[in-house]
Design a protein around this ligand. Structure first.
Ligand code: CA
Length: 220
């Protein structure tokens, strides 16, 4: 499906896909291969990939960070938008899914721009902070296990430079976020995250009604 958002009425999805989604062939093939997986729902939509590429270029990002790679749609969108000397530090724990990502990075000629760390992301983020990378990243994307989002947020914010940009995926959680009947760990974690970001004086944030709700956060 070209437009995944529950925020866009079904009657409009065809129109939006036709007029607002320009998907390179390699991303289309990655999306189609991923769609055969059981966890295909974890893949971002092509409209979100376009957005991430535009933002990467727009802020002149050279150092990017991704928490949660899955099969690589977002990392490929960002890496292809980076200049030749740009880098994307990509964090995940799943060898099989990132194996698929690697094949497409290779084919797209962006492997040299991507540093994949297969380890729990909190550990890698802490290591980056300990290694002096505080304030060195231009752009970051968090799309991983929801109960850890706030742990990722705190660390990623430290790693971002002032005026750096952070996107977080699934912040509306198919609408469950606003339904008090949902008190499962994922929904609760996302609710706490959104409330925290809303009160966080270190950032400006707003919601992009794309996909499952994407928050866009500017570090002051
Ligand atoms: Ca997601």
């Amino acid at each position: 499906m070209l437009v995944k958002s529950f925020l866009i009425p079904d009657a409009l999805k065809g129109y939006v896909a036709e007029n607002w989604v320009h998907e390179p062939d390699i991303l289309r093939r990655l999306r189609e291969e991923t769609s055969l997986l059981k966890s295909a729902g974890m893949q971002i939509g092509p409209d979100q990939g376009v957005l991430m590429g535009i933002l990467t270029k727009l802020i002149g990002a050279k150092r990017c960070l991704e928490v949660g790679v899955f099969t690589g749609y977002s990392s490929l969108s960002v890496a292809m938008a980076l200049p030749p000397d740009g880098i994307l530090v990509a964090l995940d724990v799943n060898e099989e899914y990132t194996g698929m990502a690697r094949r497409y990075w290779e084919e797209a000629g962006v492997t040299d721009k991507i540093q994949l760390h297969l380890a729990p992301a909190v550990e890698t983020l802490d290591a980056l902070l300990a290694d002096g990378h505080r304030g060195s990243f231009d752009f970051a994307f968090i799309d991983a296990d929801k109960p850890n989002y706030l742990n990722y947020y705190h660390r990623v914010l430290e790693l971002l430079r002032p005026n750096g940009l952070l996107l977080m995926d699934n912040v509306l959680w198919s609408g469950r976020i606003a339904d008090p009947n949902h008190v499962d760990p994922e929904t609760t974690a996302l609710r706490e995250l959104n409330a925290f970001v809303h009160e966080d004086d270190r950032v400006e944030a707003c919601l992009i009604p794309i996909g499952d709700g994407v928050s866009i956060v500017r570090k002051k």
